[in-house]
Design a protein around this ligand. Structure first.
Ligand code: FES
Ligand SMILES: [Fe+2]
Length: 342
């Protein structure tokens, strides 16, 4: 598999890029992110064309970044703007520049054809900057393909096995699949369940039995929004406690990825202490349970990333994940055809 290139990926949380440049490998390309004087974000290639030093190690001077090794400076369009050794600047003194949009607290990068980078294609994650919600963010490095992270989230039935302490028990749970255009929606409805450990922690004065109205929205390649909503039995969606999670999986290589997660809650918003507890608790579950099992799965798959080619056993709960994989495969095919036509 190669990656979809003409797509928006999360390169970083906005907050990650402050005073210092940030170097990160995305889709097997080394990229440096830094801020210009006006605060605008820039993404350019991170490997200096002179002796291949990492540009992110250098200082930002004005709107340019200076190579730490011999001082060549590169501007936001990737071109060299200063050569301290010579008055001449050759056309070879340049690195790639990437379209980058900062929106919803996320730095979105477009790794493909810049002419096709349309910011209207960025899915709506406005909840992440909605003042009605308080946000905790994290980032986990996963030793598995970004598609295995999508599979994990697109089949939330894993929760009761991989995270048995987290969720409600008993009652009835139903999973559904909807598709709008190329967006996959997984719905998870729980009815009359006993409050689980995580919900008790979040909602200490909540009722003993609850309904849940949750789900996950997926857009290619790995941009997902998780909904967690618990209400009193018979409650309507949005009542009770409501949280969203941005779950953004960006490939580093074919078999590793960056998993950006958030927990955005509309309750107990003035409790700073809860932020820390959530940061530690959620990241521990993702890291020690989800990322761990995904790493084990990838290890068993070896270098392979095309899951369906390995002819896995299919369960009904795979419906959403397989739908997402088929949409991605189709988009990839169209991208390749368009590229070949050029
Ligand atoms: S390696 Fe960057 S200027 Fe020499
Ligand atoms: Fe999980």
């Amino acid at each position: 598999m190669t990656f979809l290139r003409n797509a928006w990926y999360c390169a970083a949380w906005s907050r990650e890029v402050a005073d210092k440049p940030l170097g990160r490998t995305l889709l097997e390309e080394k990229v440096v992110l830094y801020r210009k004087q006006d605060g605008g974000l820039v993404a350019i290639g991170d490997v200096c064309p002179h002796r291949f030093a990492p540009l992110h190690a250098g200082p930002v001077t004005g709107d340019a970044i200076a190579c730490r090794y011999h001082g060549l400076q590169f501007g936001p369009d990737g071109a060299c703007v200063h050569n301290p050794h010579d008055t001449r600047i050759s056309p070879a003194m340049r690195v790639k520049a990437y379209p980058l949009v900062e929106r919803y607290g996320v730095a979105w990068i477009w790794m493909g054809d810049a002419a096709l980078a349309d910011d209207a294609l960025i899915p709506d994650f406005s909840v992440h900057v909605d003042p009605g919600f308080r946000t905790v963010e994290g980032l986990i490095y996963v030793k598995g393909s970004y598609q295995l992270v999508c599979d994990n989230l697109l089949d939330l039935s894993h929760t009761q096995y991989l995270h048995p302490l987290l969720i409600q028990s008993g009652g009835e749970t139903s999973h559904g699949l909807e598709q709008e255009g190329e967006t996959v929606l997984q719905t998870v409805k729980g009815r009359n369940s006993k409050l689980g450990g995580f919900q008790q922690f979040l909602w200490p004065d909540g009722p003993e039995r609850i309904d849940s109205h949750g789900g996950l929205r997926w857009d290619a390649p790995g941009n997902m929004l998780l909904t967690i909503n618990s209400t009193a039995v018979g409650g309507r969606p949005g009542e009770g406690i409501l949280a969203y999670g941005l779950e953004l999986a960006t490939p580093e290589t074919e078999t590793t990825c960056h998993y950006f997660w958030s927990f955005d809650r509309n309750f107990r918003r003035d409790e700073e202490g809860l932020d820390e507890a959530l940061r530690a608790g959620v990241s521990s579950v993702f890291e020690n349970e989800d990322a761990w099992i995904i790493g084990e799965v990838q290890a068993n798959m070896g270098e392979a990333t095309d899951l369906l080619a390995l002819k896995p056993v299919i369960l009904p709960s795979d419906a959403c994940a397989i739908r997402a994989r088929l949409i991605t495969a189709d988009k990839l095919k169209r991208e390749r055809i368009a590229l070949a036509a050029e």
